[in-house]
Design a protein around this ligand. Structure first.
Ligand SMILES: NC(=O)c1ccc[n+]([C@@H]2O[C@H](COP(=O)([O-])OP(=O)(O)OC[C@H]3O[C@@H](n4cnc5c(N)ncnc54)[C@H](OP(=O)(O)O)[C@@H]3O)[C@@H](O)[C@H]2O)c1
Length: 268
């Protein structure tokens, strides 16, 4: 299926590595010009080069810390001579920087998680909105997590930020629909890419086992929860993002899509 993304311009936050990078590559391989984002300039340059070579589209860098409101504003201001329209915004940045249970998370951990995961989405969307309004079929994709709506046991600060993102995304779908802008949330289960290694390290520490044992246990758990008996990867998520970003999904807005191998399957 040709998703007709040629000539579209996409911005993906937190995309020099992990899931964001897979999304940026998938959009570029469908023909979109992509702006990638990250803090480390060298990694950003290398990723831009790699995606450019694999896709033959224009890849631009947004070398900005997603928790820096001024940096985000400045990016849009100084690039306004060429960035006249935006068609796709993927708010992907936002992962666990610190792991913890309710008792050992401090105020600053809650606030940091809110800044990185939730406020980055608010700030990028606010700056991008005038450009998205100029697109004939703009789409905002916010990357949530199963914990946006399914309680776990740990990392309450991250859960709160992801749940806030889901709630506000639905409000944005209501408000932005008048401008033809669609807003959807994609919620992956644990995937074996991106922050996976940090999850493994946290589990090894909590369970007092080796990283190899922790990784095996995590993989076994994930597989046991899925009726397919498999664990997801970044490209399982990026395929859906590319579809939702395209006009083929023009009737879809205000929704939350789980990419989880059936973990949250409903009983009919
Ligand atoms: N991995 C999973 O299992 C999983 C499951 C469910 C949901 N998710 C969600 O999927 C998204 C991506 O996850 P991931 O595992 O791929 O994350 P990740 O590996 O932690 O993502 C790292 C990327 O984000 C950039 N980044 C980190 N902090 C940044 C900041 N302050 N400003 C700008 N860029 C920043 C990194 O570049 P620099 O370090 O150079 O800045 C890098 O490009 C997150 O929203 C996460 O919550 C992931």
């Amino acid at each position: 299926m040709d998703l007709e993304l040629k000539g579209r311009i996409a911005l993906v936050t937190g995309s020099s590595n992990g899931l964001g990078k897979a999304i940026a590559l998938a959009l570029a391989q469908e023909g979109a010009d992509v702006i990638i984002n990250g803090r480390n300039r060298e990694t950003l340059n290398n990723t831009a080069l790699e995606i450019g070579m694999k896709s033959n589209t224009n890849i631009h860098n947004c070398h900005v810390d997603a928790t820096d409101p001024e940096g985000i504003k400045q990016f849009f201001r100084i690039n306004n001579f060429w960035l006249k329209r935006l068609d796709i915004l993927v708010n992907n940045v936002g992962n666990l920087e610190k792991f913890g249970n309710f008792s050992n998370l401090e105020d600053r951990d809650w606030m940091r998680s809110y800044e990185l995961t939730f406020m980055s989405m608010v700030r990028f969307t606010r700056e991008a909105l005038p450009l998205l309004k100029k697109s004939p079929g703009a789409s905002i994709l916010n990357i949530g997590s199963l914990v946006s709506h399914q309680p776990g046991k740990f990392n309450h600060h991250y859960v709160a930020a992801k749940a806030a993102m889901l709630a506000v995304s639905k409000q944005m779908a209501n408000e932005f629909g008048a401008f033809g802008i669609r807003v959807n949330v994609v919620c992956p289960s644990t995937i074996k890419d991106g922050g996976w290694i940090r999850n493994v390290q946290d589990r090894a520490k909590r369970m007092n086992v080796s990283p190899q044992e922790a990784e095996q246990a995590m993989e076994d758990d994930a597989k046991a929860r899925s009726p397919l008996g498999i664990i997801g990867h970044a490209d399982d998520v990026s395929g859906l993002i590319v579809f939702l970003a395209s006009d083929k999904a023009k009737f879809l807005t205000g929704h939350c899509y789980n990419v989880d191998g059936g973990i949250t399957r409903s009983a009919i």
